[in-house]
Design a protein around this ligand. Sequence first.
Ligand SMILES: [Zn+2]
Length: 326
Amino acid sequence: MVQSIMASMGVSPIRLTNTRGNYRPHVSLSFDEHIFAIDTSRTFKKDLVQPDAYLITHAHSDHNGKSAMLSPSAVCSKETALALEIRFGREYKGRTFRLGDTIDINGIEVSTHPNHHTIGSTAFSWENEQGTRILVTGDVKDSSHLPDCDLLVTEANYGDPADPACYFEDDVIGLEQVIGDNVALGAYAFGKAQRAVSLVRNAGWQGAISMDSMGYNLTKGLMSDCGPLSEILEYNGRHEGMVIVPPWDLGKLPGSMKKYVLTGRQDYYYPAINISDHMDVTGLVDMVTGLKPEATLVYHPGGDRPSKLAEHLNKVGCPAVALSEL
Ligand SMILES: [Zn+2]
């Protein structure tokens, strides 16, 4: 049903294969004479199908920018390119844009929109020749800047309506209550750590923030308003002000520090403060119904959440299918 709607709109989702015949990650969209690859790994010269572009929504590893960044056909925001270079220590070979700009890809006007998942994270939209408005969201924290569309390609990281873990709100007040000297927050170096810095600064903390080297380099590179930061070179030493390090490094810090993990998960040794880079399932469903697509393809992540979200969307009158069902 959804596939026939997509076919009538002049768009076919296809999955590129690697040399062993296995599917490459995520999806490519074939329309008119073009193919846009979404968050997939790059093909090689001998591959039969070559996309016009590799759209990289953001620099988290499970969106495969580490591979796509080495293709001249890669397309991502300036911040995503910088984050990929810092994270993976390689030169980004593709083209970049300022988030919000419209770019020309082989004659197609592609608009770019913030989805507020990480610094530089991007949703892409364009129209095919028959006027179908296509929107690819990437991972989304806030959908308020996304345009209405006819075909929506979106995520389901917290997309299972039957799973209590897919309902949450950010506990910003809980975070504000623990801000102070001798406090360490566990947060992944890309994405969560910059969200933590901005929340801590917004709460009025002017003092130093000490970070592990990767978190420090990413935050310094990506945030112009991060305030005083210092790099932790030696975990055993004294640390200035507040500390933000990956969750698995909290145990390396002095036992005298108060430690918390910024996460929605409950399986860490340290107390959790719920701060997420994602929308919960209520947000995802509200996003889809608000964007009013004729069809929705749920393309990320792996596992069964995309099919759970698609099943629910069909029940509420939004034709949807998960990539795994194609
Ligand atoms: Zn992500």
